[in-house]
Design a protein around this ligand. Structure first.
Ligand code: NAD
Length: 481
């Protein structure tokens, strides 16, 4: 039985188990509601030291050739793989997801770091033909500068790694404020980076009162780029603060992913596949399949199969064998689920399965299927971020496209069809940063991940993910006078 992490701040290559003001908060296991550890908060003085370290770390890291940076990052990826079983346990203890899912997340994070290590060696510029003999016109790509990154609690290893990977590959230093509810995973990541040989100050980890930390870091002239994953409301707040300093920003915000099931597919097979996707991480995923639109010809069959599979999932402490869905990550989600279900039922929807909290210790909520909630039900408009699957019927292609696109979100969308022409037509019609056709795998290290509309701007992953941390410099060079 491995232990939980020793929680600490990591500033300028040094661990601090206590911030300068001596403030702490308790971290709780969502499956047992038992305390896991005491998390130190960074005081303004600690944050200023992290900023100074990031400025110094940036000078060191940007001067190191991309080839050497890549070697350190690859060593980091190997260390993550080596430590994956222990890191996954820490993740499950503090966040709740089943151990197998946590292990998958940690291993994918190693892939992300390795992929960025390679991609950092391809930060190519270009030569533009000169206007006069002997002249060169060059575009060089440079790191944007020290980065302030803010990450949430639902993917406490993977989301930080996306930001760390992109920033390090480009030659940037980074201050990460990871979620205070899942800090052990971020501390384990910091240990990996330190042990891989990352120079002091290049990566710094802080915790505190989120709004105070973000305000302090974003206002600092040291920080040149902000990257945030979380809710649209907080994203808008941070984007405004970034605009005040004319700082670049990447915003990975909420979603409300439509899933369109046409009548030319095996509805039972689609139901089985999408149950796996819907209840992964208890639905606390920004690209979760969320609003199910099912053609009326296959609606009843789909709902029956989906509800049967959902009701058959094994729910429990993620550390136990065979558990397929863990608790929600915090009591706020539990309250939110109860509110969504009550509202839908009051408006005439049918709760086919679930709809309730399970037990009274741990934040467990039953996988829930809500048939035919009306258009104005809250669950059809606000991101549920939990194990709820509202399912409604549709008749025509035009009608379902209009429904799928009617919300201000545009992160992930999914469609299932047996027709190639319909697959192309629906992928073209959906207003979404990512579209999965006949599958749910839209998040890979090598592919761009990001939203449109109020789901945010910018990308992580793919060539775009490196681009997010680079700026272009034009050099016009003429022969000596
Ligand atoms: P929240 O909106 O208060 O927090 C979301 C995240 O942002 C948390 O990690 C929090 O620590 C951080 N945060 C909050 N205020 C901040 C600030 N001023 N500066 C920097 N970081 C800040 O609420 P919550 O209860 O944690 O989550 C509620 C909703 O957030 C969910 O319903 C979901 O819609 C969204 N969410 C989205 C993602 C995602 O992956 N896009 C992840 C977590 C939560």
């Amino acid at each position: 039985m491995s232990a939980y992490e020793t929680l600490a701040l990591f500033i300028d290559g040094t661990w601090r188990t206590k911030g300068r003001e001596g403030k702490f908060e308790t971290v709780t296991n969502p499956a047992t509601e038992q305390p896991l550890g005491r998390l130190p908060h960074a005081s303004p003085a600690d944050l200023d030291e992290a900023l100074a370290a990031a400025a110094k770390g940036f000078a060191t890291w940007r001067a190191m050739p991309a080839y050497d940076r890549a070697r350190i990052m690859k060593r980091g990826a190997d260390l993550v793989r080596e430590r994956a079983p222990a890191m996954a346990r820490i993740l499950t203890m503090e966040q709740g997801k089943p151990l197998a899912e946590a292990l998958g997340e940690v291993n994918t994070s190693a892939d992300i770091l390795e992929w960025y290590a390679e991609e950092g060696r391809r930060a190519y510029g270009r030569i533009i033909p000169g206007r006069s003999p002997g002249s060169r016109q060059m575009v060089v790509r440079e790191p944007v500068g020290p980065v302030a990154a803010f990450t949430p609690w639902n993917f406490p290893v993977l989301t930080p790694m996306r930001k760390i990977g992109g920033a390090l590959a480009a030659g940037c230093s980074i201050i990460l404020k990871a979620s205070e509810e899942t800090p052990g995973s971020a501390v384990a990541l910091a240990r990996v980076l330190a042990d891989a040989g990352l120079p002091a100050g290049v990566f710094n980890l802080v915790f505190g009162v989120p709004a105070r930390v973000s305000e302090h870091l974003i206002a600092s002239p040291v920080i040149r780029k902000i990257t945030f994953t979380g809710s649209t409301a907080v994203g808008k707040l941070l984007a405004r603060q970034a605009a005040d300093g004319m700082k670049r920003a990447t915003m990975e915000l909420g979603g409300h992913g439509p899933v369109i099931v046409f009548d030319d597919v095996d509805a039972e097979k689609v139901a089985k596949l999408t149950v796996g996707g819907k209840f992964r991480n208890a639905g606390q995923v920004c690209i979760s399949p969320t609003r199910f639109f099912v053609h009326e010809a296959v609606f009843d069959r789909f709902v029956d199969s989906f509800a049967t599979a959902a009701a058959g999932l094994k729910i429990g402490n993620g550390l136990e064998d065979g558990v397929q869905m863990g608790p929600l990550a915090n009591p706020r989600r539990l309250e939110a689920m109860e509110g969504f279900v009550k509202d839908a039922a009051e408006r005439g929807a049918r709760i086919v399965t679930g709809g309730k909290r399970i037990g009274n210790q741990g934040y467990f909520f039953a996988p829930t299927v809500i048939a035919e909630p009306p258009r104005d039900a809250r669950v059809m408009n606000e991101e549920p971020f939990g194990p709820l699957a509202p399912v409604v019927r549709f008749r025509t292609f035009e009608e379902v496209v209009a429904r799928a696109n009617e919300l201000p979100y545009g992160l992930a969308a999914y469609a299932f069809t047996g027709s190639t022409s319909r697959a192309t037509a629906i992928a073209d019609a959906l207003e979404s940063g990512m579209v999965g056709v006949n599958n749910l795998a839209v998040s890979l290290p090598e592919s761009p991940f990001g939203g449109v509309k109020e789901s945010g701007y910018g990308h992580e992953g793919g060539a775009e993910g490196l681009d997010a941390y680079l700026v272009s410099k034009f050099v016009a060079q003429a022969p000596a006078l």
